[in-house]
Design a protein around this ligand. Structure first.
Ligand code: G6P
Length: 367
């Protein structure tokens, strides 16, 4: 299949805009017709005999695992470990029969992820993969391979594959929660019905694009940019920083905002923009106090939050980007949009090659 850019200037832009549609398509394969229950593709995985879930991936797929760790812990009460494939494969980690090893890969061909999977063969009780390419080596080597239904992704910087990976991983966490007796049918119904609201909320997030394009004029002049978040927003800060450095070549770091005082606060001055992902959730107050520490040292903050968060915390920030209000558990899918669009517009402003950034490959099939 030959992918076309359509009216978009770059594949990355097209793929960001496709996300509400492909996420909805993916969800239809994982949820029942009543939109109140996970069933279908997820039934291929049995979590009931599993004591420990080990998730391994590279790049953006690894950050999807980092988000999913919170979901499997909170929703399914499971013990979860995550690791980068290039580290995991050489660590010789001890594995047991009661472990499930889960690999996430858009291409299904990443050399380190495949090697990590092969290490687990015959050691972990079961091997599951979450992939975009079902004909891939990783899919074929797994006991069960689950498709993310994102369609062909051309832009080197992964976007729609990320939100579809999140959708499938959350569906699996819900399936694990119910089958392990950790999630009631009522809680499942509420969560699944809210997942169906995501395409609309992601479209609302995409509607902030003109404001993001203006903010990019400021960000494109920076040498370093810091992204902060807590809880589910911590991996989103990492993903925002990764996207930005991949395509705009600006040095960016993602940090758990509670770690700010253990190092990165030393970097803060008026020349380092600080982007804070902070929906109004249980950790919001803590994040605001971290943000105030930044502002007290002359740091210029771009606060990405919802209407309620903006009302409370707008004072003193340089800029506020208002996202739709979303169930905090589902916020990663919505906040992925500003993470991607900030990187995209900053790169476009700088005039870099967005779809083919220097030194990077879409699929890394060599070590
Ligand atoms: C490369 C790509 C990234 C991707 C990573 C993992 O670095 O540029 O966008 O996240 O590989 O790829 P995979 O196909 O395993 O998800």
């Amino acid at each position: 299949m030959i992918a076309e850019k359509g009216e978009h200037r770059h594949f990355m832009s097209k793929e960001v805009h496709e996300q509400p549609e492909v996420l909805s398509y993916a969800l239809q394969h994982y949820a029942g017709p009543g939109r109140d229950r996970i069933e279908g593709a997820a039934d291929a995985v049995d979590f009931t005999g599993t004591d420990r879930l080990i998730m391994v991936a590279c790049g953006t797929a690894f950050y999807a695992c980092q988000v999913a760790k919170y979901w499997f812990e909170q929703i399914a009460g499971m013990v979860v470990e995550i690791d980068i494939a290039s580290e995991f494969r050489y660590r010789n980690p001890p594995l047991r029969d009661s472990d499930m090893a889960l690999f996430v890969s858009q291409s299904g061909e990443t050399a380190d992820t495949l090697a990590a999977l092969n290490y687990c063969k015959g050691k972990a009780g079961s091997i599951v993969s979450v992939v975009n390419a079902m004909e891939s080596s990783i899919a074929r080597a797994s006991d069960a391979a689950l498709p993310i239904h994102a369609g062909v992704e051309v832009g080197v910087a992964s976007t729609k594959a990320f939100s579809c990976q999140l959708t499938v991983l959350l569906s699996l966490a819900i399936h694990a929660g119910r089958t392990r007796g950790h999630l009631s049918a009522a809680d499942e119904a509420q969560l699944v019905s809210r997942m169906f609201e995501l395409p609309r909320l992601m479209n609302e997030a995409i509607a902030t694009e003109p404001q993001i394009a203006k903010l990019a004029q400021w960000l494109a002049g920076a040498r370093d940019i810091l992204f902060l978040g807590r809880g589910l927003m911590y991996p989103m800060a990492l993903e925002g920083a990764l996207k930005l450095k991949e395509i705009s070549y600006i040095h960016a770091e993602g940090y758990a905002s509670g770690e700010l005082k253990h190092g990165p606060i030393a970097l803060i001055d008026e020349n380092v923009p600080v982007i804070v992902f902070a929906p109004r959730d249980a950790l919001f107050e803590k994040l605001v106090s971290n943000m105030q520490e930044v502002m007290a040292r002359g740091g210029r903050v771009l606060l990405v939050t919802d209407a309620e968060g903006a009302e409370i915390a707008r004072h003193g920030t340089a800029e506020v980007l208002v996202m739709p209000t979303v169930d905090p558990r589902l916020a990663p899918m919505v906040y992925a949009i500003p993470a991607q669009l900030i990187a995209y517009h900053t790169a476009v402003t700088k005039g870099t090659d967005v779809d083919q950034p220097r030194n990077l490959a879409k699929s890394v099939t060599v070590e």
